[in-house]
Each structure stands twice: as C-alpha cells, then as structure tokens.
Design a protein around this ligand. Structure first.
Ligand code: ZN
Length: 243
C-alpha cells in the first residue's frame, strides 16, 4: 500500500490544496493525517472540510484539542492561544464536535500513528535519539509516524546499534524494511526546518520505503489570509522563512 502522510496543516488552505493536488496525481491508496488540522492559519473551515473529504485516517493534535477545549491553552504561546480562540469562534458546533471526536493515536494500522509521540500522543516533541529510544520501547509496531515538531526527520535503530537520527530534505528516500523507525513527515502548513514548502511523506508499506516530499504553494496568499483575519503578524511572516 502506498500512503501519503500529512501532518500539521494548521489551517493553511493554500498549502493543503497544493499537497492534495500532488497526492491525487500520485495515485496513492490512502491519505493519513496526523493532526493539527487547525490553529495558526486563517482557513480552518476549508482545511477541516478537505481533511474530512480526503483523509482515510485523521488524528487530532494539541491545537485541535485546544480549539475544542479538550485541553487547556494555558501552555500555548500567546500567538497560538489567540489563534485557537479565533478558530473556536469561526468553526460551527458540528465542526467542533467532529474535531472533538478524533483520537490522538491509531495503533491499529501496519505502522503506529501519533500526533506527537508514542509515549505522549498530544505533547511530546521527539527531537533527540534518547526520546526516540524511549518511543521504540513502547510503540507496538516496528515503525511509528509522528508529527508535532514541524521538522521532517527520522530516527532509527538497527539490532544491537544505537539510535541515530537526521533531518531530511525533499526527495530523500529511506529503506525502512528492517529495524525500528520513528518517521516525521514535517508540516504541511507551517514548516519549521528552513524549507518553506509544504512537507509530507510517501510511505510504501509493501516495499517498505519512505520518501520525503515538499510541495510549492502560494505562501503569499496564505500570509495575506492570516493578516486579513487579524491574526498575529508573526504567524504570517514566518511562513516565507519556513521557521
Ligand atoms: Zn502543529
């Protein structure tokens, strides 16, 4: 099965539409979304509708849960809290109910899926080999896929070896047919690894390959929408820097 995996769309309609165009042209068998469909960006209604229409699996992330009220936004940054409050006012009761119905993990698939990490699907940022080693202890599948950090990367451990990891650029291809892996596709709507293009991952669960993808999109349009919604300026400005 060839799966397109997206995460951290963050209400960036321009980015999500561009990725969906590439996914539909690539004849994938499924689309999985690891959460944070909303928050930060200016098009939560459109992005939620697109996720519901196209994603075969859709998890909830901390921003989705902050918008529904399932978790407190007290630990959010000021900009994130303002965006969550704004988003709550824009979504309908039915849309909020849908967001509230989503799980933060799915351990029933051929790989384990989490918004953040196997140990804490909502909050843990897996960015070190130690954290990946602890994740490998608890993930029920050989491979887990997580979002949340907005950085495209992979950690792995082969039998008897230490855990190592590295960030990945567009076109990087991994053979994941042996060992333990924790893969992060990066973020569709707010990349933070210096490449402003929308990030996603192509996973082939028959050949066991993973390919990192980046898609150009209308960054100016997404930034303009954030300014028009009177959301914090830094949320618009950071898109062009990929930070
Ligand atoms: Zn996020």
């Amino acid at each position: 099965m060839r799966v397109a995996i997206v995460s951290d769309i963050h209400a960036n309609r321009q980015a999500f539409e561009a990725v969906l165009d590439e996914v539909s042209a690539g004849s994938f068998d499924a689309l999985w979304c690891l959460g944070d469909v909303v928050g930060y960006g200016a098009d939560p209604v459109a992005c939620l509708a697109l996720a519901r229409e196209h994603a075969d699996i859709c998890l909830a992330g901390n921003h989705d849960l902050g918008v529904t009220g399932a978790i407190s936004t007290a630990d959010f940054s000021e900009a994130a809290r303002r965006a969550a409050d704004w988003t709550r006012g824009v979504l309908s009761a039915e849309e909020l109910d849908y967001l509230g119905s989503l799980a933060t993990a799915d351990e029933e698939q051929v790989v384990s899926l989490y918004h953040a990490s196997p140990r804490d699907p909502v909050w843990e940022y897996v960015s070190s080999p130690l954290q990946a080693a602890l994740a490998f202890e608890v993930q029920p599948r050989r491979i887990s896929v997580v979002g949340h950090t907005h950085v495209a990367l992979a950690f792995h451990r082969f039998d008897g070896e230490d855990v190592t990891g590295e960030t990945h650029r567009a076109g990087d291809r991994l053979e994941v047919d042996r060992g333990h892996w924790l893969l992060n596709p990066g973020s569709v709507g707010q990349p933070r690894d210096g490449d402003p293009r929308a990030a996603w991952l192509e996973l082939d669960t028959a050949a066991w390959t993973a390919i990192y993808r980046r898609t150009e999109y209308d960054i100016e349009g997404a930034a303009w929408a954030i300014r028009a919604a009177r959301l914090p300026e830094m949320l618009a400005e950071r898109l062009s820097r990929g930070q």
